[in-house]
Every structure is written in C-alpha cells, then in structure tokens.
Write a protein that binds this ligand. Structure first.
Ligand SMILES: Cc1cc2nc3c(=O)[nH]c(=O)nc-3n(C[C@H](O)[C@H](O)[C@H](O)COP(=O)(O)OP(=O)(O)OC[C@H]3O[C@@H](n4cnc5c(N)ncnc54)[C@H](O)[C@@H]3O)c2cc1C
Length: 455
C-alpha cells in the first residue's frame, strides 16, 4: 500500500495510484477486488508495464503488480498454461525444452502472459497463421468485479473474442492458456530496397509464402525486409543462435546507443542527422550480407530488456494499414518524415518498422479484422518533440484508414477508435458492462475511449 508514483518502462506514462499491491495468489486478488475502501477503483493489473499508452494506469485507484504470479502451470502436447506474470521469453525457452514453440514470437520477451491474452501485439505473421499473440489464447481465468472466479474457454465464442481485446477491463487475469505448436527450424534472411523498388516488388513478396517484417529509413528512402519461413527438421540438424543474437544486438544496443551518443555529443542538427543516417547506411548492409541462416529458432527473436530502462531505451507508435491503402500510406509516410524534419527540425532516431499480418477476427479489436494489413511504426529514443510528431503521424494514420492498438498507439480519442473499429468498440463495451457494471476495472483512459462514465 502507498501512494508512490508509477511509470511505464519508457517513463513517459506516469500515474499515482491510491493503493498498490503485488498479489501472490488468487485469494489475495479476490480480497483486494472485494475491498473498495482499501483498494479504490479503478483496479488495474500491470504486467511488465511496457505499454506505450496509459492503458495500465490507475490514477487514484489501485495498481496490482502481477509479477509475483509468474509460474508456468502446465505444458501439454499443444498448450501451455501460465500465471499472468510469467514473461513470454521465459515461457518460450521452457517450451523449447519440450519441443514446442509459440505461434507468435514478438520481439518483446518481457511481454507478460496476462497482457498477452488481452492486449494488441504486433509481429510478422506466417501464412496460415496470425500475427497477434492473443489470437492463440484459448482460455483464461479471471477475478470479476464482484470477486467471483470466472473461467473463459473456447466454448465461450464471442466472450473469448472480446476478452482477447479487453485490456484488463473484464477483470484481473490470474491464469491463461495458449495454443502452441511443434518446434520447427526457421530460416531468415534480408534484402534491401529503395522505397519504389520495394513497393513494386510487394505483390510478389506478399505472395511468396514468407513472413515479412520491414526496417525502414524514410530519410534515405530505404527498406530492409526480413524474410522468415519454417521448414522440416533435417537429420542431425543443429539450431544456430548467433543470427538473432547479432540482429538483436544491433537493434537493442547499437541502434539506440548510437542515437544516444549522437544526441549527447554531436552539436549541430545537420551533423546529428548525418550521424543518424549513417546508422541505417551501415546496419542495413549488415542485415543483408551477414544475418542469414537456415536453422534459427523463433524463440531467439525475443529480447529481455533491462528491468529499469537505461540510456538505450526506445519507444514507438503503431498504425496498421489495410493492404490496399498501404503503398500510398508508405509513400506519404516517407514524405511526411522528410517534410516534418524540414519544418520542425525533429526526426526519429531509429529505423521505423513494419509487420505484415493476415485477416484475423480472433479478437474483437484486431487491427486486421477486415483484411490483411501492414503496419508502419516510427521508433525513437527519447527526443524533445516526439509527442508532437506522434500526433502529426496519427493524423496521417487516420487519413489512410489506419487502425491503432490501444496499448501501443498514443493520443487516441473516442472519435478515432470509432472510426477505426466501428460497431466493434460498442460490442466490446456491452460485454464489459455486463461483467463490470460498476466500473471496478474501468480507468479514465478506457472510459474516454469506450464512452462510459467512470462511476
Ligand atoms: C522496447 C519495447 C519493445 C516492444 N516491442 C513490441 C513488439 O515487438 N511487439 C508488440 O506487440 N509489442 C511490443 N511492445 C509493446 C508491448 O508489447 C505491449 O504494450 C504489451 O502490452 C506490454 O506487455 P506488458 O506485460 O508490459 O503489459 P502492461 O503494459 O503491463 O499491461 C498492458 C495492459 O494489460 C493489462 N494487464 C496486464 N496484466 C493484467 C492482468 N493480469 N489482469 C488484468 N489486466 C492486466 C494492463 O492493465 C494494461 O491495460 C514493445 C514495447 C517496448 C517498450
């Protein structure tokens, strides 16, 4: 208990709850939920607090740190069940020992399994699969607003679909089950294109049966595509790990470290911009020439970041574009970055990224609910002017029918989520109200987007 300020991992979302707790059992969660005097509303679970929006915030309410409930409960032939505070990479490494892997292996190895079940995530999808971790959540146990225990399973159809997009507003999640798949070797390689070469090749690339992730440098008009495919295990084959170690070292350490040193030691805007351009000029060829392999492991993609963010921290904003709007959105985004730099002197310090996903109705607020989509995500280390840049980029996102993620896209309004999700936002809200009419778990952040008053 206490009134200590809480902030997200990057440090740009801050709130002061009236109460805090780190429950170690479901009984403790029940007792907290049933005691609104000691634990005022909203009661909000927190996983590893990496969200870039205020989705976990509980101003004047109760923050529940779920990190102590971090056990793997069981591993079956094609499922894994965990407590909510277990982290994706830790679970993925345990699955490997059982010859299994997750379907979706997002970069953030610190993603808590509780958040993974109910939040948006982004990752390049493989043909026939989905790009969101929550799409493979097939069961959960939650503590509801009255302190009852509720189990949600695949038999609950629409409830499970809504739960996968509920961001903790249905209750405090205390156990989750995910479908997993047999471990398979994964090949990876990269190609570098100019923007127009990339857009011309896109129909062929999207039909090529590979997953597609993009690194982009709009200032230099360059796109590096990361291709991945699974293949059968060959006799005597060994997994190789160095490719993802090197790739993640470039992404997690070299890129942000370079950006930090550039800001700290290079005095003029012009020279700083040259230095940031040199980063992609050096790293994109390394991706193309060096980082390739046939027998890599999907779990190796995931990164554990330092628990307390250091000078190499970075953040981002995401909008996902319908496949038919994406080429125009890419051209507009590249031009926007150049124009914005000319007009304001601000540029993001890291390569932007993008992920291709296929149509996926598994969660109600899926960003590829109506068809295939590709994201465009500006990434940066701390820079004055990032807030205004996000707002300007969000206007571009909406102009090209972009869809946001409520935990990863800042500056959303009721209007922008209605435009993006249509009736689905109200369908989610109806399910939420049915479970939590008094708003025990409803924070001001979600109340504004769902258009329900906080009680
Ligand atoms: C450096 C960095 C890299 C990233 N890379 C990726 C990436 O590659 N792909 C991607 O998809 N995302 C990425 N993200 C974003 C991140 O994955 C998401 O924001 C995700 O939600 C964070 O998980 P978390 O465990 O930190 O969740 P939190 O931020 O702690 O919580 C997310 C939401 O879930 C709720 N919640 C959490 N646990 C519970 C519970 N047990 N019961 C009820 N509600 C709960 C919270 O209230 C909140 O609404 C990245 C973020 C950073 C900072």
């Amino acid at each position: 208990m206490g009134t200590i300020e809480v902030h997200n991992w990057f440090g740009d979302v801050v709130w002061t709850p009236s109460a805090q707790a780190t429950p170690t059992s479901v009984e403790e969660i029940v007792a907290i939920v049933r005691d609104p005097i000691a634990y005022p509303s909203p009661v909000r679970g927190v996983g590893s607090n990496h969200s870039t929006t205020a989705c976990a915030s509980a101003p004047a309410g109760t923050t529940l740190f779920m990190s102590a409930m971090n056990k793997i409960v069981s591993i079956g032939t094609d499922t894994v069940t965990t407590q909510p505070g277990a982290l994706l990479k830790d679970v993925a490494e345990e699955l490997v020992k059982h010859g299994l892997q997750f379907f979706v292996n997002i970069e953030l190895g610190d993603l808590s399994m509780g958040a993974a079940a109910t939040c948006g995530t982004k990752e390049a999808a493989f043909p026939g699969e989905h790009g969101q971790v929550s799409s493979y959540c097939i069961g959960a146990r939650i503590v509801t607003a009255t302190g009852e225990l509720l189990q949600i399973t695949e038999d609950d159809g629409p409830l499970l679909q809504a739960f996968r997009s509920s961001y903790g507003t249905f209750g405090v999640t205390y156990e989750v089950t995910f479908r997993v798949r047999p471990l398979q070797p994964m090949s990876v390689y990269h190609k570098v294109y100019s923007l127009e070469e990339y857009l011309a090749a896109l129909p062929e690339l999207t039909a090529s049966g590979q997953s597609l992730m993009m690194f982009m440098d709009p200032m230099r008009n360059k796109v590096a595509v990361e291709f991945r495919t699974y293949h059968d295990v060959e006799p005597g084959q060994k997994y190789s790990h160095w490719q993802w170690k090197l790739r993640n070292f470039l992404w997690k350490d070299i890129g942000p470290g370079w950006a930090y040193l550039t800001r700290r030691f290079i005095p003029t805007k012009f020279l700083r911009s040259l230095s940031l351009g040199a980063l992609s000029a050096i790293t994109f060829p390394v991706l193309r020439l060096v980082i390739r392999g046939n027998n890599t492991l999907a779990a190796d993609q995931q990164i554990h970041y330092p628990p307390v963010a250091n000078d190499c921290k970075y953040t981002f904003i995401i909008w996902a574009y319908p496949a038919d709007r994406y080429p125009d959105a890419m051209r507009a985004y590249f031009q926007f970055c150049k124009d914005y730099y000319k007009e304001t002197g601000f540029r993001i310090t890291m390569p932007s990224v993008g992920y291709r996903t296929f149509e996926d109705k598994s969660s109600l607020l899926s960003y590829s609910y109506t068809g295939d989509s590709i994201t465009i995500d500006p990434v940066t280390t701390p820079e004055p002017g990032w807030e205004a840049f996000q707002q300007a980029y969000s206007r571009l996102g909406q102009r090209f029918d972009g869809v946001p993620l409520l935990n990863q896209t800042n500056y959303l309004t009721r209007q922008s989520v209605v435009t993006a999700f249509g009736d689905r936002i109200d369908a989610l809200e109806r399910q939420r109200v049915a479970l939590d009419p008094s708003g025990r778990f409803l924070s001001p952040y979600f109340s504004a987007l769902f258009a329900s008053p906080v009680t």
